[in-house]
Design a protein around this ligand. Structure first.
Ligand SMILES: Nc1ncnc2c1ncn2[C@@H]1O[C@H](COP(=O)(O)OP(=O)(O)O)[C@@H](O)[C@H]1O
Ligand SMILES: [Mg+2]
Length: 250
């Protein structure tokens, strides 16, 4: 039997992932999956374990227990660049652009790094600079960018590898209302092109607006997962996640 007739489940998933840091239990038995053409929101209060989970999925950290699967392949212990070549990309909560390079160079270098030719890398950069409204900044050093532009550049750079799955760690933090609206359209466009997107953000309106499903973490454990409607109407969520502070921003 050849590969082409072997049924393969296409998804990026974690199963039973636990991680502790010197006594702090950051994650306990977390299981979730992102499929192609799907936006999965990951929300939870600060310290819930969201970034730790992204680090584990992308190979910047490793679980004490549990596994990470990419299209049926166990990548739990694979290095980040191997995962990148398998179609996985991420952004970082705190920038991580190459500050001394221009916006264009950041995108091109990342494209080259996953094996694209020089010509392909230029084409990729041209497309992403347009899509993420970065044309007027393409020759500016990344270190000089205003916050909102830096966020968009971070997402554009992550996409330079033409991934199948992208993990976005608070990509909309600090964007203004107009920028968030545009960014929501960018996310829908990724989904429509068949990417699987894991989106972390504190902006509940953005999450409810663009996600197909939402996974809620509290203190490293899954509180619930459901559709935006299910999550919006969850008393559990309002009590446990938003606590005494009142109602969800709907
Ligand atoms: N490298 C680390 N060393 C020690 N503690 C860490 C480390 N990374 C995360 N933690 C702790 O793990 C918990 C989850 O953190 P994090 O994943 O950053 O949460 P979130 O992204 O949801 O705000 C927090 O208590 C945090 O202090
Ligand atoms: Mg975080």
């Amino acid at each position: 039997m050849t590969d082409s007739v072997t049924p393969r489940s296409r998804s990026l998933s974690v199963a039973g992932v636990s991680r502790s840091f010197a006594g702090v239990q950051a994650l306990t038995g977390v299981t979730l999956a992102v499929e192609p053409g799907m936006v999965l929101g990951l929300i939870g209060p600060n310290g819930a374990g969201k970034s730790t989970l992204v680090n584990i999925i992308s190979g910047y950290d490793f679980p004490d227990e549990g596994s990470v699967l990419l299209n049926d392949e166990d990548i739990t212990m694979a290095k980040p660049h191997i995962r990148a070549r398998r179609g996985l990309a991420r952004t970082f909560q705190h920038g991580h652009l190459f500050g001394g390079l221009t916006v264009r160079e950041n995108i091109e270098v990342t494209a080259l790094g996953t094996g694209k030719s020089a010509r392909e890398s230029v084409t990729t950069a041209d497309e992403l600079l347009d899509e993420y409204h970065l044309r007027d900044r393409e020759n500016h050093p990344a270190s000089s960018l205003p916050h909102g532009v830096e966020r968009r550049a971070g997402v554009a750079r992550a996409l330079a590898t033409s991934p199948d799955y992208v993990l976005l760690d608070e990509p909309a933090a600090g964007l203004n209302e107009g920028e968030i609206g545009e960014f929501a359209n960018n996310i829908r466009h990724l989904r429509d092109r068949g990417l699987g997107v894991l989106l972390i953000d504190h902006n509940v309106r953005l999450i409810l607006d663009v996600c197909d499903r939402i996974h809620v973490l509290v203190e490293g454990r899954t509180l619930l997962e459901g559709t935006p409607d299910e999550v919006r109407n969850s008393d559990e969520l309002v009590e446990a996640y938003l606590g005494r502070s009142g109602s969800v921003q709907r």
